[in-house]
Ligand binder design. Structure first.
Ligand code: ISJ
Length: 123
């Protein structure tokens, strides 16, 4: 069954905010929900720049830009390490996120090409 959200912790001592948080799993999740609002807002802003990037690409292979994609992941891992986030968590999250943004950008590019906007033609 799911853990109770209003019961005290079962072990250890609080680790966040110099021990001020957290007293319940509900309090933990309220903070995670607050941060997710910010993360999604930032992802939406990131997505608008990914969309914009498509305008500078001549074909789908350029949309993929694997060297840049790898550099973005490696940078996130280094930033994570400096910020106290597990680099393995950052790597997995960034690989999935960048892959999804590439697919999104491929869709934007393909739609522009089929409108006759982007110069590239499929066949
Ligand atoms: C946004 C770009 O296009 C793609 C998406 C990337 C990303 O989400 O960071 C990075 C490189 C490309 O795979 C870009 O070329 O900068």
């Amino acid at each position: 069954e799911e853990p109770a959200t209003n019961a005290p912790a079962l072990w250890g001592s609080p680790t966040v905010d110099n021990g001020a948080c957290c007293k319940t799993l509900g309090e933990v999740r309220g903070n995670i929900d607050r941060l997710d609002r910010e993360i999604v807002r930032l992802m939406a802003e990131r997505g608008r720049y990914v969309h914009e990037a498509a305008r500078f690409k001549a074909n789908p292979a350029q949309v993929e830009a694997p060297e840049r994609a790898e550099a973005v992941v490696k940078k996130a891992m280094a930033l994570a390490d400096a910020d106290g986030l597990s680099p393995k968590v950052a790597e997995a999250a960034y690989r999935a996120m960048v892959r999804a943004f590439i697919d999104y950008e491929q869709g934007i590019f393909a739609a522009a090409a089929s409108r006759g906007d982007a110069p590239w033609r499929n066949s």
